[in-house]
Ligand binder design. Structure first.
Ligand code: HEM
Length: 392
């Protein structure tokens, strides 16, 4: 990416690809401009995305346009309380997180190991309770059904839609919306819904699958803390100081989680499509051009960021957004992830609960050299040795 920028300037770089106009964005200012100009004239509902998401949530906000997008976005923002620093249901969610992480901790201490497989099972029990309610805790079939549909969706229009499986999946999500557990996001969304076109059961699938990267980033954060003992000790101190609070705001742990999302962004490409021809410095982007904002490049560009390949939670002290530096783990502008405050809250509550019970030491810690962190970090193969933190 740096060589492209050197050769062609700071872009946007138009790609010569048949049948599709595409432009790679090479500067943080252009990325910001595009994201602030969403959903018009830069729509998030690109052809590829509509096709992919059509496999399991055809009327989700991300693939909606016009009036449909506006009312669904509003419903998502109300449910996730996007504008508020702390979600009003945080205390209950902290209890849920604590119960599920306690179970993961017990298993880890019994086997003296924590690996992705056992973390993921407990993580998703927590997620289903938060999103759909307590009745969904053990409904792992629902998660499997969605996994299969997501697998198909990776092929977008190259694979036919499995309409029967999609209807079964959406029907099951709808049954939880009907149950309306008042201590879940589904219950909250049901109350906030004022227009049948908002379709809560098409919005909630995104919540279920988007908690997957939140789990990956949490697991990677635990690995980073093991590889950075000074920061880990400060995090422990922060957790100890807040021990009496049910749902404390753990600023350092939040910043660590955000920096892990910078180092290994879980949305590596943010896509937009122009809804009209747009004049650009010295040229133009034709209507229906797809713009590609490649976050691993913007987040790791050592020509702009001296700390590019190091762990630097300080970058996030001021909050969960740094578009000024081209850091866009949750995107930016009117289409920013509506959970950009909610996700770090849940992740920190879950990690706090684990860290206060289990001392985790990363196996194969040579995978994380603090001076030059690797470009990717496979969460599936991370594992920790686990001992009781209250005895050490
Ligand atoms: C590590 C976890 C997560 C990351 C990094 C993340 C990041 C993102 C990004 C980059 C987008 C695309 C925005 C764009 O195109 O500009 C997005 C969209 C969205 N995210 Fe998240 N997300 C995460 C978890 C979640 C969770 C757990 C929820 C719900 C509980 C959620 C709800 C949504 C929704 C509803 C949208 C669509 C927004 C729209 O189209 O207006 N996300 N997220």
């Amino acid at each position: 990416m740096q060589s492209l920028r050197e050769k062609y300037g700071s872009g946007p770089l138009l790609l010569r690809i048949p049948f599709r106009h595409q432009a790679v964005i090479l500067s943080p200012d252009d990325a910001r401009m595009i994201l602030e100009g969403s959903p018009e004239p830069f729509t998030a509902a690109t052809r590829e995305k509509r096709s992919a998401l059509g496999h399991f949530q055809p009327d989700g906000v991300l693939s909606s346009q016009g009036r449909g997008r506006a009312i669904r976005r509003a419903l998502n923002e109300q449910t996730l309380e996007t504008g508020c620093p702390v979600h009003t249901m945080s205390e209950h969610f902290a209890t849920v997180a604590d119960e599920e992480m306690a179970e993961i901790s017990r298993t880890a201490l019994a086997s003296r190991t924590l690996d992705w497989g056992s973390f993921f099972i407990g993580w998703y029990r927590m997620v289903r309770r938060i999103v759909l309610g307590d009745a969904a805790r053990d409904d792992s079939d629902l998660t499997d059904l969605q996994e299969n549909l997501r697998y198909r969706s990776n092929y977008a229009f190259l694979r036919p839609k499995d309409r029967r499986a999609r209807e079964e999946f959406l029907g099951r999500v709808r049954s939880y919306v009907d149950l309306a557990d008042p201590r879940s996001l589904a219950g909250r969304m049901g109350q906030a819904c004022t227009d049948p076109r908002q379709q809560p059961h098409h919005q909630l699938p995104q919540y279920l699958f988007a908690f997957d990267p939140a789990g990956m980033a949490s697991f990677r954060t635990l690995a980073m803390l093991s590889a950075h003992p000074h920061i880990r000790d400060d995090v422990r101190q922060e957790i100890r100081e807040a021990a009496a609070e049910t749902a404390p705001q753990l600023e350092l742990l939040r910043a660590c989680f955000l920096d892990v999302l910078r180092l290994w962004p879980t949305t590596p490409v943010i896509l937009r499509e122009t809804t009209q021809t747009i004049a650009w410095r010295g040229g133009q982007l034709k209507k229906a051009t797809q713009t590609l904002i490649i976050t691993p490049f913007l987040h790791r560009d050592e020509m702009r960021l001296p700390q590019a390949h190091r762990f630097d939670p300080e970058l996030w002290r001021r909050g969960n957004e740094r578009p000024d530096l081209g850091l866009l783990p949750f995107s930016h502008g009117p289409v920013i992830c509506p959970a950009f405050r909610f996700v770090p809250i849940i992740a920190t509550l879950a990690m706090r609960s684990l860290l206060s019970r289990v001392r985790l030491v990363l196996n194969e810690d040579q995978r994380l050299t603090p001076d030059r962190l690797p470009g990717t970090l496979d969460n599936y193969t991370l594992s920790f040795s686990a001992t009781d933190s209250r005895r050490t």
